[in-house]
Write a protein that binds this ligand. Structure first.
Ligand code: G6P
Ligand code: ZN
Length: 543
């Protein structure tokens, strides 16, 4: 056994995006492409030499190959101990939980989250730091800079490690410990939620359906929802993680989870429907005939947090990403706790959570989480809902309507224009940015602009600044439009338009979202000329 030093040349596209380095599998398969990026992580990550690294992925195509390579490189780097999930599997929130529980120095998550998998699909690699959260911009930037000058990497010439059985082996002085991917995570959920109350509700006839979308949450949901809580076998569907997610798009939303959506809007809908994404950090919540927007879900969990033992003492504060609706702000105000508005990307919540300024965080992109880990957490959100339903003993739709009556309804929708020509999308956003200062006072489809800006954020803990995080346009009636380009796509550009209006009248709150937002939708087109810039008459996805 020996350590080999391999000469290499830098790639110019290893700059991590919103959530790590995400590319086509074929790009990752280029000779040295993965190795270069992994060496950059190892060189930059603090305390890894002699320290502990957590490693796992969502099981997508290329996961196993990458894991074996990373193990050999970690050994060559002198990492003391690598904790790797059995079969190379770990959900993103589980990686975060394990880093924190085992006091590891960092973690590597292999996933492209909700992007499709398979040989023609996407792959990704993300580095998390010792707090369990995604590396902050200072670290990802250092990794990128390292990748630009790298001229060699180091790897052992050892063979593949058997990942199918739990236990420890040693390579080149590094201990590789294959662990149960679910155990630590499940134990943490036991601490937070009243499992007995949920189990009693299920024994009483409450029905749930969880769609794991052939991705990582299958084993977690089966263990917790079926084995621990007693939901009948089959309550978890698409539970087997597959390298190509069964050909699906593992994104829990109304478009990509059609089987679940049809069930929930059909005659035999169970009491709760839920889904999670490729790597297990996103969630979608549905009741019979009722879709809970992620923005409303955050607000609802905040308003009802004390139902769960882990939050019985109340919450310290809430953080939401800027494009997320202000529903949570209303709850924060009622509770007398602060609400922070951050740029898109879970990493911006890390400092607020570490400093104990907030307990709950959420994003419109189907992400909800809390201080229990430093990632968003799909199954956690489902368990939180179950706990609240067990305490309040009412249906999902009824509880949400009550919530709106009390706080008002922030009517919300997001339009995605995917695979748009990057230059055309850039021109549109740049053009709009140049007009921001002139917008106040102008009217579009009868709605008058009161303020407009290019969102920037100064982190209240470390003072770091993030600029150009999306264009916000506010209107007289409390409406808001946001335009931004996605930071997670791999092909062309994705334009996101976020629409929000406020409905305080309970008589009107139950009307369809599209109807309530129709005037604002027309205003968005009049203001930005989306159709002429993108050549698209309709968005590809509406959530
Ligand atoms: C990932 C990130 C989220 C982010 C989402 C959408 O899931 O973890 O923090 O909100 O992507 O990002 P995008 O830049 O595509 O709008
Ligand atoms: Zn994800």
């Amino acid at each position: 056994m020996a350590i080999q030093t391999v000469a290499t040349q830098p790639f110019d596209d290893q700059k991590p995006g919103t959530s790590g380095l995400r590319k086509r599998v074929t790009r990752f398969q280029q000779p040295n492409y993965l190795e270069n990026f992994v060496q950059s992580i190892l060189d930059v990550g603090e305390g890894l030499r002699g320290g502990t690294l957590v490693l796992g992925g969502d099981g997508r195509y290329y996961n196993e190959t990458a894991i074996q390579t990373i193990l050999r490189m970690a050994a060559a780097h002198g990492v003391g101990r690598v904790l790797v999930g059995r079969d190379g599997l770990l959900s993103t929130p589980a990686v975060s939980a394990i880093i924190r529980k085992r006091r590891a120095d960092g973690g590597i998550v292999l996933s492209a989250s909700h992007n499709p998998g398979g040989p023609e699909g996407d792959f990704g690699i993300k580095f998390n730091t010792a707090n369990g959260g995604p590396a902050p911009e200072s670290v990802t930037e250092a990794i990128y800079q390292r990748s630009r000058t790298l001229d060699e990497y180091r790897i052992t010439d050892t063979g593949d490690i058997d990942l199918s059985r739990e236990g420890a082996v040693e390579i080149q002085g590094t201990t590789v410990e294959v662990i149960d991917p679910v155990a630590d995570y499940a134990a943490l959920m036991e601490e937070l939620f009243d499992m007995e109350a949920i189990a009693a509700m299920i024994a009483d006839g409450f029905r749930l359906r969880f769609d794991a979308m052939h991705a990582i949450t299958g084993p977690y949901a089966r263990r917790i929802l079926e084995e621990r809580l007693g939901a009948p076998a089959g309550s978890v569907i698409n539970a087997e993680p597959l390298p190509d997610f069964g050909g699906g798009h593992p994104d829990p939303n109304l478009v990509h989870a059609p089987e679940l959506v049809a069930l929930m809007y059909g005659p035999d809908a169970p009491d709760l429907g839920a889904a999670s994404d490729g790597d297990g950090d996103r969630n979608m919540i549905l009741g019979p005939d009722f879709f809970v927007t992620p923005s409303d879900s955050l607000a609802f969990l905040a308003a009802n947090a004390t139902c769960a033992p882990g939050y019985a003492g109340g919450i310290r504060g809430i953080a939401r990403s800027m494009p997320t609706s202000a529903a949570a702000d209303r709850v924060a105000e009622a509770l007398g706790v602060p609400c922070y508005e951050t740029p898109t990307g879970w990493k911006f919540f890390g400092n607020l959570l570490d400093a104990d300024r907030v307990t709950l965080c959420g994003e419109e992109s189907f992400g909800t989480g809390s201080a229990h880990v430093r990632e968003k957490d799909g199954l956690w959100a489902v368990l939180f809902w179950l706990n609240i339903l067990a305490v309040r003993q009412r249906g999902v739709g009824d509880l949400l309507r009550d919530h709106w009556q009390r706080f008002g309804r922030n009517v919300y929708s997001r339009y995605d224009y995917e695979g748009v020509d990057a230059e055309a999308a850039g021109r549109m956003v740049e053009g709009l940015r140049g007009r921001l200062a002139d917008l106040p006072g102008q009217s579009f489809n009868g709605l008058t602009v009161t303020a407009a800006d290019d969102f920037a954020y100064t982190d209240p803990i470390d003072g770091s600044r993030a600029e150009h995080q999306g264009l916000r346009i506010f209107f007289q009636g409390g409406e808001r439009l946001v335009f931004r380009l996605s930071g997670t796509g791999t092909e062309g550009a994705t334009l996101r338009v976020y629409l929000e209006a406020f409905e305080g009248n309970p008589e009107r709150q139950d009307r369809p979202t599209a109807e309530l937002l129709a005037p604002l939708t027309a205003a968005a087109e009049a203001l930005a000329g989306i159709r002429s810039h993108t050549g698209r008459a309709e968005p590809d996805v509406i959530t």
